[in-house]
Ligand binder design. Structure first.
Ligand code: TRH
Length: 379
């Protein structure tokens, strides 16, 4: 009998919640032969990352995964019974009627999949249970960068696919040409996916005044409007090229998640954000700039520093300073025009470091495998 999994995802904003749960659902199904139902409250965000999703369907099968529109009133009736393992992603609240099904089934593993953080407390709280009443316990499952956490999402063949792709200049050329991007041999190719960021104008200025040529691929979102403002125009057209000094800009359409990695692999530097693209940039093994999801009380800056402390650890002091300088300025909306050239002065070092980091992270078990093992140990 296949183990059954119900994954619940509420799309709070942006694409990270569905981005993470969709990857997890696919991996559990494809690599661990689990029967997965994914309950999502916002199918339009899901459609953006996976065009095969029909936004009007209440229930559909997408690459072997049962996808349900999550509506509290109908979940229990549609589910009929609880799965063996229930994941509430990022503390989304399960409907009471579904919890009643879990009680009825008795042997159910209930997990809250938490947001990724490198802070030490995550490892301390990882896998801890909390009593929910009527005999049900909920376990907190923390992704992370060490063996004392739940690990990172990583498909079994991801790094081999990356390396095979990067070994073929033709594949890279063809992939980029599909978006009308034809970088010149000497140009630095940079992807840009970020939240609204006051540091952006100084970043664009630094790129345009650079002594070497830069080609910037701007992904959908507020960045496209901000880049348009820098070019003193209302909107930038997808597929068109804009130039100032040593900076050429391309505006990209929304890319299906299945191709998102490929884009990161093609670039020399990736600017990413949130959680999922942040992790994928690490698997892409290129120097990267993380725009962390901003929180009201600046809690994100603590989280940022916790990751930086881990990530920069093996770098020499000057490269550490360059990395800190650009990441702090980017995340605090500061002037990045001095920090960026300093960062790029260490480009080769940061490139080797990114490869080592990815290889080192690859030694840990991945999140889906850890979840499956956790279930078997719990049984
Ligand atoms: O969209 P995000 O800002 O999501 C965020 C974070 O997860 C954050 O932690 C959370 O609190 C907040 O949402 C609610 O960034 P993230 O996590 O990188 O997710 C983006 C997803 O979208 C990722 O799976 C990659 C995917 N994507 C595409 O598939 N194609 C694209 O063209 C782009 C730009 C993104």
């Amino acid at each position: 009998m296949r183990v059954t999994w119900d994954i619940f995802c509420r799309v709070i904003d942006n694409f990270g919640d569905i981005g993470v749960t969709w990857r997890l659902a696919q991996q559990l199904h494809q690599e661990h032969q689990c029967a997965v139902r994914l309950w999502v409250d916002d199918l339009s965000s899901f459609h953006a990352i996976c065009p095969a999703v029909d936004v009007s369907a209440e229930r559909q099968c997408v690459t072997g995964i049962e996808v349900y529109r999550w509506c509290d009133q109908t979940v229990a009736q549609r589910a009929q019974e609880s799965a063996d393992v229930v994941i509430e992603a990022f503390a989304c609240q399960l409907p009471e009627d579904y919890i009643a099904l879990m009680r009825k089934k008795q042997k159910v593993l209930w997990l809250n999949l938490e947001y990724l953080t490198a802070e030490a407390w995550a490892a301390q709280c990882h896998a801890l249970p909390s009593m929910q009443g009527a005999g049900l316990q909920k376990y907190f499952f923390f992704p992370g960068f060490t063996d004392t956490t739940g690990g990172l999402l990583r498909e079994a063949d991801l790094l081999a696919r990356r390396d095979a792709f990067l070994a073929s200049a033709e594949q890279r050329r063809a992939f980029l040409a599909g978006f009308g991007v034809q970088p010149l041999a000497h140009e630095r190719l940079i992807s840009l996916f970020a939240y609204a960021n006051a540091a952006l104008p100084s970043f664009l200025t630094a790129l345009s005044q650079d002594t070497s040529a830069n080609r910037l691929l701007v992904l959908p979102g507020v960045m496209q409007e901000a880049v348009a403002r820098w070019f003193a125009t209302d909107t930038l057209q997808i597929g068109c090229e804009y130039q100032r000094g040593n900076l050429t800009v391309h505006v990209l359409p929304y890319i299906p998640q299945a191709q998102f990695d490929t884009l990161l692999w093609c670039c020399d530097v990736n600017c990413v954000r949130g959680e999922d693209s942040f992790v994928r940039a690490q698997w892409a093994a290129k120097p990267f700039l993380w725009h962390i999801y901003p929180q009201h009380d600046d809690a994100h800056l603590v989280k940022l520093e916790a990751f930086l402390a881990l990530y920069r650890h093996a770098l020499a002091d000057d490269a550490q300073q360059a990395l800190n300088g650009v990441w702090q300025a980017w995340n605090q909306g500061g002037d990045i025009s001095r920090a960026w050239p300093a960062f790029m002065a260490h480009e080769q070092t940061l490139q080797s470091h990114a490869s080592c980091w990815s290889a080192q992270q690859n030694k840990h078990a991945d999140l889906a495998t850890n979840l499956v093992h956790f279930y078997h140990d719990w049984l």
